[in-house]
Design a protein around this ligand. Sequence first.
Ligand code: SF4
Ligand code: FES
Length: 245
Amino acid sequence: MNGNDFTFVLDGENIRFEPGQTIMEAASQAGAYIPHLCYHPEYRPRGSCKLCTVKINGHFGTACTLPVQPGMQVENDTDELNLMRRRVVQMLFIEGNHYCPFCEKSGNCQLQALAYHVGMQDSHFPHFFSLRQIDASHPEMLLDRDRCIQCELCVRASRETDKKSIFGLAGRSTSTNLVINSESGLLGDTDFSIHDFAAHICPTGALIPKREGYPIPIGERLYDHQDISAVGHLHPNAAQRGESK
Ligand code: SF4
Ligand code: FES
């Protein structure tokens, strides 16, 4: 096989890839945006949010988990897929309690930015108004489960980078919940620190530093002036620090 064989087709464009890469990795490397929430380049993919669903040779599959193969025909930015993604984002909104105008993460939130990207105008489904616990026990960090989309990024970051395993998911289906690995179940009773990697990986405002009141005004934040597709292959927190991921 010569070097020219390592190409696949994404929305009609020939894209080069390295053997072993997933569709998401190859697309990101080429600067092409595939919507995602639970994917992070530093962690093994979970394939749970389904936002990165693409069509591969006519069949649906998740771009973050599937290895790319030479000659694959991948559809990504199509009306059909974008409508499906809008429905997924709408389901995430009605399952939790997301009040963007009052959230410190507004403008830096990937869920909100994706809602704009997929043209979400309403919630489409009836709201669950789920009862979820807020954990304000930690001196530096707030855990607002109302905004948690159960992406498990904090779970993976705490386990794999911080070596603490502070977070986990428990329960099934709509009762799935983010739980804390301490006897009391409270974040304040762990050795979680604001300096942990896990403290800065949440794509929404679920895990957020306390006493940070809009240091950057709304209207001047990461996604206020650019669509998430323009920065989506960077992690927002890294992008804000000017790091490329
Ligand atoms: S707290 Fe944030 S990072 Fe952790 S699972 Fe919920 S949404 Fe994901
Ligand atoms: S980004 Fe692929 S399933 Fe979530």
